[in-house]
Design a protein around this ligand. Structure first.
Ligand code: SAM
Length: 368
């Protein structure tokens, strides 16, 4: 519901959301903080904090006038003498579980200071943003990101805490790598840290890197004891600029993430840089044969980079790796021996669709 001008509340949107306020409010606020950071707006959404765009402060956070939520005092037009506007985000019990109310208060005065109306702002900024978020391309990208390419939200946290569909690939990697306490592992695209958890049972030390802030928080929480012991550090970062020192790691793993990397050679060169001489690389990813199967349904199949094993091997050689080997493993027996439910086992029936690449860094400098 979008309401038009009234003297004190010129703009109000109410959304009914499934689930309790306790369940929804922290997720929504945290997600908003992450999203704002992408828009170069920083600041905690907690009372007392200041919101800053670039280096320009434009809002201070207070408690809402009533109930649970946030109230942000906004001064968007410093050249008017209108009183500050106020954006309230409130959570309260509602018909579906949670009612989220977004209200702009005292906004009319701010706009009138520059001779505009709420309807101008709503039709030029608010409604186009809403409709843009509903176009097929944006919905597809959001769906891809939120579920796998940069997981976020309640559903992602639940599924990446224990990603059963990825367990067979983890078992394959652990079988091949024979990690020992002297290994120093880096996992790129570590998600919620489920592989790291299993790998760390070898006694090795590890660094996990992921560009999803929510996955980084989950990976840390799921591996709290090894983080406390100093055996694991998880960083937020991008594969093309790994927050990792050169020539440091004995093993680099990338599980179920390589198909999302826009520049595969740049990604492989960064993995190469992070590995020390003699370091081993192991990547599990999908081939074009996974397309349309439950392992790579749409829109993943058409939005992901699925390489033939030979193509993948060539990419690794281009990045500087040697002793490159590729195989199309049968993951079904892992799925069965791990006792996974039938519908998970079914995904791995028959060969093809998955490729394991292993390779070595033999040179003794950071880049080829
Ligand atoms: C499908 S999940 C797999 C997570 C985990 N490796 C597993 O197997 O359960 C892909 C992960 O790669 C991460 N990722 C995708 N592109 C990335 C990039 N450019 N840099 C860092 N992480 C990335 C995503 O955020 C996501 O957590």
């Amino acid at each position: 519901m979008v309401e038009g001008a009234s003297a004190s509340i010129p703009f109000r949107v109410q959304i009914e959301i499934e689930g309790s306020v306790e369940e929804n409010a922290p997720f929504i606020v945290q997600r908003l903080v992450d999203q704002l950071r992408d828009l170069h707006v920083t600041g905690e959404l907690a009372p007392g904090a200041t919101l800053v765009e670039g280096d320009v402060p434009f809002g201070t956070v207070e408690s809402p006038s009533e109930g649970r939520g946030l109230s942000i005092v906004l001064q968007p037009f410093p050249w008017t003498d209108a009183p500050p506007a106020r954006l309230e985000i409130r959570f309260e019990p509602g018909a579906a579980g949670t009612r989220l109310t977004i209200e702009l208060r005292d906004w009319t005065a701010t706009l009138q200071g520059v001779d505009l109306r709420v309807s101008d702002w709503a039709s030029a900024i608010f409604l186009p943003a809403l409709l843009r978020g509903l176009t097929p391309s944006h919905l597809r990208d959001w769906y891809m990101d939120t579920t796998a390419r940069r997981p976020s939200g309640k559903h992602a946290v639940e599924s990446y805490r224990s990603p059963k569909y990825h367990w067979p690939s983890f078992a394959l990697l652990l079988d091949r790598l024979h990690l020992t306490p002297s290994d120093r592992l880096i996992e790129v695209g570590c998600g919620g840290g489920a592989f790291l958890h299993q790998a760390l049972e070898s006694g090795c030390s590890a660094v996990g890197i992921d560009h999803s802030p929510e996955m980084v928080r989950l990976a840390r929480a799921e591996n709290a004891s090894t983080v406390t012991q100093g055996r694991l550090t998880v960083f937020e970062g991008d594969v093309e600029k790994l927050p990792a020192e050169s020539n440091t790691f004995s093993v680099c793993v990338c599980a179920n993430a390589f198909f999302f990397f826009p520049d595969p050679v740049a990604a492989l060169k960064e993995m190469y840089r992070a590995l020390r001489p003699g370091g081993r690389l192991a990547i599990v990813t999908d081939t074009p044969r996974a397309r349309g199967t439950p392992a790579a349904p749409e829109p993943f199949a058409s939005q992901s980079r699925l390489y033939e094993p030979d193509e993948l091997a060539e990419l690794a050689r281009t990045a500087g790796f040697s002793h490159v080997e590729v195989e199309e493993p049968d993951l079904e027996h892992y799925a069965i021996s791990l006792g996974l439910p039938e519908k998970v086992v079914a995904v791995f029936q028959g060969k093809g669709g998955t490729v394991l690449l292993t390779a070595l860094k033999t040179r003794d400098e950071g880049s080829p």
